[in-house]
Design a protein around this ligand. Structure first.
Ligand code: ATP
Ligand code: MG
Length: 267
């Protein structure tokens, strides 16, 4: 679904990402960890194609298309959707109208009220986008837009930040629905059918790992100083970071890389 090769990105004249290699197969959910300022949001914004993130080397492939320099709206039409870390307030634009635009981008016609009811958001449809929304409401609004768009690759930047524990269940279930992995979605289908239809991919940034209680992550990756340095089980990574911190996590990753390059020991 997504293939990133030797990616180098400059923001504001500074190199923020360097030699990033990433592959997210169809149907897989990957979790992106990394300390503050390591470049996680920049990577997501670059994949989506926001202006100001200049790719100076490498390429980004999505569903076989080279999207490295493709405009943001074309990437959205091709099937990439994002929930950003700090969504802006948009005065004069009703949430309902934005959700309708998202549905159109995804080439779908749907009952917006019915969709909003799934995330308990009907009462917010006629308010300006994010205007005086609470932190948790902003995250739900973002997910509603994504549900309307129904992208094949879902990028979520800290979906649980600012969300209370009760609403976390709703956020978790909604993400499951987005990825077609949810219990609701599977109703009336055999397990085989449900698995065969898991064709959505996701990249989710988290600091706390709370989201892992609700979704099935296939892999975790660690970004450190603009460089992806580890790729393995997401829960293992979270446990390691919690116990030993990022420095130790990176040291371990470097050891593994050195071992991988060493010739096998002779007996
Ligand atoms: N427009 C910009 N101009 C200059 N520097 C920038 C710009 N955008 C991001 N940066 C810098 O790039 C680095 C990476 O930022 P980024 O937001 O990608 O980090 P992050 O890993 O998402 O951090 P956090 O966990 O705090 O959200 C930071 O040092 C940030 O200050
Ligand atoms: Mg960030």
């Amino acid at each position: 679904m997504l293939l990133i090769e030797e990616l180098r990105v400059e923001v504001g004249g500074r190199t923020i990402l360097n030699n990033v290699e990433m592959e997210i197969p169809r149907g897989e959910t990957h979790i992106l960890f990394g300390p503050n300022g390591s470049g996680k949001t920049s990577l997501m914004m670059t994949i989506m194609g926001f202006s100001g993130y200049n790719v100076t080397h490498g390429k980004i492939m999505f569903k076989g298309h080279d999207i490295t320099h493709m405009p943001i709206h074309e990437r959205a039409r091709l099937g990439i959707g994002v929930s950003v870390q700090r969504p802006p307030t948009v005065h004069g634009l009703k949430t309902r109208n934005l959700v309708e635009v998202c549905a159109k981008t995804g080439g779908r016609t749907m009952d917006i009220e019915e969709l909003a009811a799934e995330v308990n958001f009907v009462d917010f449809l006629d308010r300006d986008v994010n205007h005086k929304f609470s932190g948790g409401e902003i995250k739900r609004s973002e997910l509603l837009q994504l549900m309307a768009q129904d992208p094949d690759l879902v990028l979520l930047d800290e979906p649980e930040s600012g969300v209370d524990l009760e609403n976390m269940v709703l956020i978790g279930e909604t993400i499951n629905l987005l990825l077609h992995r949810g219990v609701k979605y599977r109703k009336g289908k055999s397990h085989r059918e449900a698995v065969a239809e898991q064709n959505k991919s996701a990249l989710i940034i988290t600091h706390t790992g709370h989201i892992l209680d609700y979704i099935t992550a296939d892999r975790g990756q660690v970004l450190f100083n603009g460089h992806l340095c580890c790729s393995r089980n997401a829960r293992e990574i979270l446990k390691w970071i919690g116990e030993f911190g990022y420095e130790e996590c990176v040291r371990c990753a470097m050891d593994l890389q050195i071992q991988a390059k060493m010739p096998p020991a002779s007996i």
